[in-house]
Design a protein around this ligand. Sequence first.
Ligand code: SF4
Ligand code: SF4
Length: 333
Amino acid sequence: MSLLSLPLLDRAPFAARFEHVLTHTDISTLQINIGRLCNIACNHCHIESSPARNGPQDNMDEPTARRVVEWALRHDMIRTIDFTGGSPEMNPNYRWMVEAFAAAGRHVMTRCNPTLIGHTRRGGAEEYSWVPSFYARHTLEVIASMPCYLEENVDHQRGHGAYNASIKGLLALNACGYGRKPELRLNLVYNPIGPSLPPAQDPLEAEYKRELKRRFGIEFNQLWTITNMPISRWRHELEREGRLEAYMEQLIDAFNAATLEGLMCRHQINVGPDGRVYDCDFNLALNLRSPGLERAYLWDTSLGDWLGRSIGTADHCYGCTAGAGSSCGGALV
Ligand code: SF4
Ligand code: SF4
């Protein structure tokens, strides 16, 4: 559906409303999408990760990883490194990259799918049991996806067995001190099961804390609510079910101008598995390149190229500006 076809003036395409308005104001974070390989295939995954995405075109190789690390360490303004994927731990370059950033004193965040830690392979081996202690050794901030505290909802979105594996993974993180020691922060991420906006973040956090503690003794720091973006697998599902137009209208009608200032794209650079640059991970998923940097690799740019530069936008951006807003760090207002 094109927003151009919608009759109301305020349902204009996002890019038409905000071209030249949305610019990079400061750059403090480099988000590294290290690859699309994941041990599961969630039905809302914007990057369409799965166990089958194991080819070289989908995952960062060592020469690219070295150039990315070298670039980031040359730029002191980049204080935070945010690893995402896929499941970043499945990339063989992940560990030495984390070690390099941690040794240089950068704040490292890692987007974790806790089923990876809790998953038991045939024969009982836990291939990724090294993950929690590795995180703790380098004091990573862990952002673990946990779309609900109820088994039925998690398994619906992530596949049979995902809930139990997630619980096991979160317990392993708690056992290493995550969510318990002040320096080992564990934040969980909620996203709606269906085509609706996330509920208010604070009351939902209280509910998660109460239920996960009562059922399993699990502790964590914050819950971040994230809106499902109308792209990739989730978009295809909505299209198949004839619900895309209604979802888009819901996002547009909930537009909240107060979210614009805090949009994550204003403060970060996203680099994909091949070293090309984007304004955010959603734009990477859509291959929507940063305006003026369409052919650039990270190492072709300097921070001066980014500051004040317009951000590439399209209608999916209404997902970030609806209601309380949505970003890699949860609600914006
Ligand atoms: S765990 Fe994350 S990266 Fe993996 S398929 Fe699910 S949403 Fe995608
Ligand atoms: S999808 Fe969100 S973060 Fe990405 S460019 Fe649009 S508004 Fe910014």
